[in-house]
Design a protein around this ligand. Structure first.
Ligand code: HSE
Length: 404
């Protein structure tokens, strides 16, 4: 029997216990041993819940029990998760987590500590919820020079954009409804401003490029500025607007950003609707591979954590190498990233089309009959810095969205 502890009995923590109970036999067969949750740590009481029998309020009970070999964390937030992770590893326990804040900030250090102790720090559920993406990056695309990663990494914003697109609804109305249904957090800032996706692409790019990508260095824009009119334009071009986390390696220059992008039907991410997430990885010899599934939710996320617990149980005392150095990886400045841009300007009386063409070059005009008072177009590919300088020289600007 392999004893484990679960830190936090919220949505994901209770899901971990449920997955282990539901699939007890199949897990035992695959592991060749029984995985038992010996303790659950939570400050709350759960009267009448079977978890009461294994509930503890003091983390020392877990840390001081030498029989506990695996600790799974689902509390969220950097502290006390970080302190608990270090203590667990130092006390001979492998640690796994669904906590992207913890992984984005301290992943490299915790991987090093685990390596020094011949243990493991795993985090499959921290990106894409139930979608296997961390393990494929660590174990499957290892021969590849990873040219690009593109991901729909946040379910809440994908749900909002899908409803806005399919029902012509306004951002705030969909957000309110998503909150009522419990899809979106009461404080939705981390989702709608792109901060959640930013941490996730920071984790993926750190793994893809082997060094510490600080999320604070990643230029991040959310979806609060997207209007039904933008979506109408996108649809008129056969495109969909998605919040994309992108990391790329162009001739050794690593860059990363999070922003809404207009994707064409050719993009494998175009058809990813609702709360689903998807990630494409482009390798120089592999070409494109795509990972798709439920990026959030109790059981899918918990299943990914349990997959780490099983691997950690199988490999207790043997470190699985993960290349993520603590040395900071310098990203190309966001102003150097190249994109093509969709732009909307308002047409006042003194509107000067020639000035637009002179500024942006070979543009492709986009006409929407319902918007005769606007001049919309797609620019050629140019750097973000060059674009911004041109765009900001127009006072009649309405909106701009990158064309992905
Ligand atoms: N708030 C996140 C989302 C949850 O909407 O995708 C999973 O990290």
């Amino acid at each position: 029997m392999i004893k484990a502890a679960v830190l936090g009995y919220g949505t994901v923590g209770s899901g971990i216990v449920e997955v282990i109970n539901t699939n007890k036999e199949i897990i035992a067969k695959r592991l060749g041993d029984v995985l038992e949750v010996a303790y659950v740590l939570d400050l709350r009481e759960f009267p009448g819940n079977p978890v009461e029998k294994i509930l503890v309020h003091d983390v020392d009970v877990i840390m001081n029990d030498p029989e506990v070999k695996i600790v799974a964390e689902a509390m969220g937030g950097v502290e006390p998760a970080y302190t608990f992770a270090k203590r667990a590893l130092e006390n001979g326990k492998s640690f796994c987590t669904s906590n992207k804040e913890l992984v984005a900030k301290h992943g490299a250090e915790l991987i090093r500590i685990a390596r020094e102790k011949n243990l493991n720090f795993m985090f499959e559920a921290s990106v894409g919820g139930g979608i296997p993406i961390i393990r494929p990056l660590i174990a499957c695309v290892t021969p590849e020079n990873i040219l690009e990663i593109n991901g729909i990494l946040n379910g809440t914003t994908n749900y909002i954009l899908t409803r806005m697109t399919e029902e012509g609804l306004d951002f705030n109305d969909v957000l309110r409804e998503a909150q009522q249904k419990g899809y979106a957090e009461r404080n939705p800032e981390a989702d709608v401003e792109g901060y959640d996706a930013c941490r996730k692409i920071a984790i993926l790019s750190s793994l893809a490029y082997g060094g510490q990508v600080d999320f604070e260095d990643i230029h991040t824009e959310g979806i609060t500025g997207i209007t039904p009119v933008d979506i109408e334009y996108a649809e008129s071009m056969g495109r969909a607007i998605k919040l994309i986390g992108r990391a790329s390696n162009k001739d050794g220059k690593i860059s990363a950003m999070v922003a809404p992008m207009m994707l064409s039907k050719d993009s494998p991410l175009y058809a990813v609707r609702d709360v689903f997430n998807a990630i494409t990885v482009t390798g120089n010899t592999l070409s494109d591979v795509m990972f798709y599934g439920k990026g959030a939710g109790k059981l899918p996320t918990a299943s990914a954590v349990v997959s780490d617990m099983i691997e950690e149980a199988m490999k207790y005392g043997e470190n699985v190498k993960i290349l993520w150095d603590e040395k900071k990886l310098e990203l190309a400045h966001y102003s150097e990233i190249e994109n093509s841009f969709f732009v909307r300007l308002s047409k006042g009386e003194d509107f000067d089309e020639e000035r637009v063409v002179k500024a942006f070059g070979d543009i492709l005009q986009v006409v929407l009959e319902s918007r005769p008072d606007e001049y919309a177009f797609i620019t050629p590919v140019m750097s973000e810095g060059e674009f911004l300088k041109k765009y900001e020289s127009f006072e009649n600007r309405l909106n701009m969205i990158r064309v992905g």
